[in-house]
Write a protein that binds this ligand. Structure first.
Ligand SMILES: [Zn+2]
Ligand SMILES: [Zn+2]
Length: 228
C-alpha cells in the first residue's frame, strides 16, 4: 500500500502564513492526502489544533521547520522544538527524541541554504527534501536529489504550503502502513508532485496587497472620510 503525505505544511503559527489550522486540515482532506507534517518555523504551537480539526483518517505528524545557523531542517515526529543552532546539534536533538531529520530545500540559494560540512550533514541526517514546491528554480531541487543519491539518503517531497490552496502540490509517497518516521528511516519514501510552483509566491504578494488595502479602507471609513 502507498500513502501520500505532504511533509512540509505551514499554518498561521508561522509569521509568513495566515492559514488557520481548520483550513489546513480541510485542505489536506480535500487534496486526498493520507497525512501531513505540520512544519511551522521553530514551533509546534498549532499541531494539536490541526489534529483536532483533521478527520480521523488524516495522520498529522508533529514537526518543526528548524532555523539552523545554515539552512532549514525538518524535524519530523518530535515532541519538542529543537534549538535554533548549528545543524549537527539540531540533528542530535531530533534523534534524541526519536524523530527524523530531513534537510529542507537544502540548496535553494534564494532562501536559507547549506554551504559547509555537507559530508558531515549527509552522515547525520535521515533524508533530504528533493521536491519543494516553493523552489522557484528547478535546479535547486535537482541538486538536492543528486546530493541525496550520492549519499544514499531517503528523499521526501512537500508543498511548503503557506496557503491552504497549496497543500498537496508536492508530497511524499510512503510505502507500507507503518509510522511515517520509520518509513523515512527505512528509505520507503519518494517525492512526487510539482517542484516548481510560482503561484504560491504570487499568492503571498496578493495576501500582502489585500491586507494593506483593507487597512487603508478601514482607516478611511473609521476616519469618517467616506461618510462626509
Ligand atoms: Zn524553509
Ligand atoms: Zn517551509
Amino acid at each position: 500500500m502507498t500513502r501520500r503525505y505532504d511533509l512540509q505544511v505551514h499554518t498561521d503559527a508561522s509569521p509568513c502564513s495566515s492559514a488557520s489550522p481548520d483550513r489546513v486540515a480541510a485542505a489536506a482532506a480535500d487534496a486526498g492526502l493520507d497525512g501531513i507534517a505540520v512544519t511551522d518555523h521553530d514551533t509546534l504551537a498549532n499541531v494539536d489544533a490541526v489534529r483536532d480539526a483533521a478527520p480521523d483518517d488524516l495522520d498529522v505528524v508533529p514537526a518543526v521547520e528548524v532555523t539552523t545557523t545554515e539552512g532549514h531542517l525538518l524535524a519530523l515526529d518530535v515532541a519538542e522544538a529543537p534549538p535554533q543552532t548549528d545543524p549537527l546539534t539540531v540533528v542530535d536533538h531530533v534523534h534524541e527524541q526519536g524523530g527524523v531529520a530531513v534537510l529542507s530545500h537544502p540548496f535553494d540559494t534564494l532562501r536559507q541554504y547549506y554551504e559547509t560540512d555537507l559530508d558531515a550533514l549527509a552522515d547525520a541526517v535521515d533524508g533530504v527534501e528533493a521536491v519543494n514546491s516553493r523552489c522557484v528554480r528547478s535546479r535547486f531541487n535537482e541538486r538536492a536529489a543528486a546530493f541525496a543519491a550520492a549519499h544514499d539518503l531517503a528523499v521526501t517531497g512537500g508543498s511548503d504550503a503557506h496557503f491552504p490552496m497549496e497543500v498537496g502540490r508536492a508530497y511524499t509517497s510512503v510505502e507500507g502502513d507503518g509510522a511515517l518516521a520509520d518509513a523515512v528511516r527505512d528509505g520507503c519514501v519518494r517525492p512526487s508532485g510539482r517542484g516548481r510552483y510560482l503561484t504560491g509566491h504570487v499568492a503571498t504578494k496578493f495576501h500582502q496587497f489585500r491586507t494593506a488595502t483593507s487597512r487603508a479602507v478601514t482607516s478611511l471609513t473609521s476616519g469618517g472620510f467616506l461618510r462626509r
